[in-house]
Design a protein around this ligand. Structure first.
Ligand code: CA
Length: 361
C-alpha cells in the first residue's frame, strides 16, 4: 500500500507543472478538445463471440482512454459494407477504421496472407514476436501504405481446428473433389491437393454447409464454432488447424484519418490494439476447452485427428505455396524471407523451450 501511495503522489506531482503548480492538462492545445467520431467496419457478424467482440472492446477502451475524444461506432459485416469490402472501404475513407484478417485481401495483395497466417507457419506467440520485435509490423505497414492504410495486430485465435466435415478424411484421396470453405494460403493448398476451396464470410458458412453447397468448412475453434452451431450441419470435427496455426486479426486505420490524430490518440490506438491482441488470445484460451467439452459430450460431435499422411501431404504442398508467395514482387520476397527466417530461428529455440515443455508436461 505504501508503494501504491507513493506512485499516486508521483503521478499527481508529475501532472503539475513546476513552481506554479498548475496542471499541464489545462495548457492543452485546442486539438485536445476535439472529438473524433469514427466508424469501424468489420468482417465479422455484429458481436460474434471473440472475433466480433474484439472491435467492440477496442472502441470502448479507446473512448474511455481518450475521455470521449475518440468516439468509434462499430459496424458488423453487412451493416455499412459487406464483410469482404472492408479493406477497400477503409482505404477509400468510407470508414476511418476496419477490423478483419489480412488473408481476406490475398486476391488483391497475395503477400497479405503472411500477416494473418500461413499453413504450417507460426503460432500466436511466434507471430507476436515476429510482428513486434522481428520486423514484421514494419513490413506490414510498408505493404499497406500504397492502399492508404495503417495496420495493427488486433487479435489472435490461437491454433484453430481443421474444421467440420460431412465425410471422414481417411486418406489423401478423400481430399479429391472436397468443396471446402477455407480462406488464405490454406485454400490454395487444398486446391493443389485436389479439393475446391471456397471463400465465404463467417455469416454465410452455416447455410452453405447445411444446404450442401460446401462439403466442409473451417471456421475458428470450439468457442466460435459452437456459437455458429456448425455441429448441427456436420458430424466430424477434425484437428489440428494446419492451415491456421495462429492467425493474427488486424485493425486498420485510413492514413488521412491516422494523420489527423494528435500524438496521444495515435498512441492510444497503438496501445489499445495491443491490449485487444492479447485479450482475444486469452479469451479463446479460456473458453475453447469448455466449448469442446460441450460439443463432444452434449452434442455428440465426432472428434478426429487428420491422418499423418494427409498432414504430411498438406505440409509438402504448403511449402511450395509459401515459397511461391515470395515471387510476386520484391516486397513479397522480403516479407517471405523475414517470415520464414524468423520461423526457422524461433522453431529451433522452441524445440528446447515451449515444445519440449509441452511434450514433457
Ligand atoms: Ca479460420
Amino acid at each position: 500500500m505504501k508503494n501504491v501511495s507513493l506512485i499516486v503522489i508521483a503521478v499527481i506531482l508529475a501532472s503539475c507543472s513546476g513552481e506554479s503548480g498548475q496542471p499541464t492538462v489545462s495548457a492543452a492545445s485546442p486539438s485536445k478538445a476535439q472529438v473524433y467520431r469514427w466508424k469501424m467496419i468489420t468482417t465479422w457478424p455484429k458481436n460474434l463471440p471473440g472475433l466480433g467482440t474484439a472491435p467492440e472492446r477496442l472502441a470502448q477502451k479507446l473512448k474511455i482512454m481518450s475521455a470521449g475524444r475518440l468516439d468509434i461506432k462499430v459496424y458488423g459485416a453487412g451493416e455499412l459494407v459487406g464483410a469482404l469490402e472492408v479493406f477497400d472501404a477503409v482505404s477509400q475513407g468510407t470508414a476511418q477504421m476496419g477490423h478483419g484478417a489480412a488473408y481476406y485481401w490475398r486476391g488483391k495483395i497475395p503477400a497479405a496472407a503472411f500477416f494473418a497466417t500461413v499453413p504450417f507457419g507460426m503460432n500466436a506467440q511466434e507471430m507476436n514476436g515476429w510482428l513486434h520485435y522481428g520486423g514484421g509490423l514494419e513490413l506490414w505497414r510498408e505493404l499497406y501504405a500504397p492502399f492508404n492504410l495503417v495496420p495493427f495486430a488486433a487479435g489472435n485465435s490461437g491454433v484453430q481446428m481443421a474444421g467440420w466435415f460431412n465425410k471422414e478424411i481417411n486418406s489423401v484421396a478423400d481430399l479429391e473433389g472436397l468443396k471446402m470453405r477455407i480462406p488464405g494460403l490454406g485454400g490454395e493448398v487444398l486446391a493443389r491437393a485436389g479439393g475446391t476451396p471456397v471463400v465465404l464470410p463467417g455469416g454465410e458458412i452455416f447455410t452453405a454447409l447445411q444446404t450442401g453447397v460446401i462439403d466442409a468448412t473451417e471456421w475458428v475453434g470450439p468457442y466460435n464454432d459452437l456459437a455458429f452451431s456448425l455441429h448441427t450441419a456436420a458430424k466430424y470435427y477434425y484437428y489440428p488447424g494446419w492451415h491456421e496455426p495462429g492467425p493474427t486479426l488486424e485493425a486498420m486505420v485510413n492514413k488521412e484519418a491516422w494523420d489527423s490524430l494528435p500524438d496521444d490518440l495515435q498512441m492510444m490506438i497503438e496501445v489499445a490494439t495491443k491490449a485487444i491482441n492479447e485479450d482475444m488470445l486469452s479469451e479463446f484460451t479460456a473458453r475453447n476447452n469448455a466449448a469442446l467439452v460441450t460439443l463432444v459430450e452434449e452434442h455428440g460431435v465426432q472428434l478426429r485427428r487428420l491422418p499423418d499422411d494427409v498432414l504430411a501431404k498438406l505440409k509438402d504442398i504448403s511449402q511450395e505455396v509459401v515459397a511461391e508467395a515470395a515471387l510476386e514482387n520484391e516486397l513479397a520476397g522480403r516479407i517471405h524471407d523475414s517470415y520464414t527466417t524468423f520461423q526457422q530461428d524461433v522453431s529451433k529455440y522452441h524445440a528446447y523451450s515451449e515444445q519440449a515443455y509441452l511434450n514433457a508436461r
